[in-house]
Design a protein. Structure first.
Length: 197
């Protein structure tokens, strides 16, 4: 029996999960998140003790033109995963985002703060959260922001790369956030299962 089934293989958090634990990591070649039924089928086929969804449609700007696809991947697929987990009575940890909030205010967000996504990406991720809750499985939803690691692409790596070839960079300067290491997120996902088991 597979202990932990992870959706995502090469992203920042999925890569860290694979270094920290013996997980069965399913990438795009194994499961297409644009096919929610395939996600549920993978869970039923593997019958793991727990599931982590570390995969998502993450192209924030492109989601404005591809909101339907983003919603299938970020909304319908996690809901299907949660339904399968509920049927098998296994826990699910899902990685979401701070984009489900309005993006205003002067303090850190709390879990019970009102959601009010301002873009397609945020709406698609909130759809996933709602689908998971509606499924009724034991679950935890982690809302992350500014994820960084030595793997894959991220803001920190992009800035370091650009600094080698440019004297000046023009970037967004009106956002406040808490950069979070992918390793810390992966560790939190794994530690949550100790509470579930």
């Amino acid at each position: 029996m597979t202990a932990i089934l992870t959706f995502g293989r090469t992203g920042q958090v999925a890569t860290e999960l694979r270094t920290l634990a013996d997980v069965l990591a399913l990438g795009r070649a194994e499961v297409d998140l644009s096919d929610p039924a395939a996600c549920a089928a993978a869970i039923h086929a593997q019958r793991p003790r727990a599931v982590i969804n570390a995969a998502a449609y993450t192209a924030v700007d492109r989601a404005e033109e591809e909101e339907a696809l983003a919603t299938v991947i970020n909304g319908d697929a996690p809901a299907a995963m949660a339904q399968a987990c509920a049927a098998l009575n296994i826990p699910l940890v899902h990685i979401s985002t701070d984009y489900v909030f309005a993006g205003t205010g002067t303090r850190a967000w709390a879990p019970d703060d009102k959601t009010a996504p301002q873009n397609a990406y945020g709406r698609s991720k909130l759809a996933g959260e709602r689908g998971i809750r509606a499924a009724g499985c034991t679950h935890a939803i982690l809302r992350t922001c500014w994820v960084f690691s030595a793997h894959s692409s991220n803001f920190s790596k992009t800035m370091l790369r650009l600094s080698e070839s440019r004297d000046e960079l023009s970037v967004v300067d009106d956002q406040i956030g808490g950069p979070t290491s992918a390793r810390a997120i992966a560790t939190a996902c794994l530690l949550l299962f100790w509470g579930f088991w």
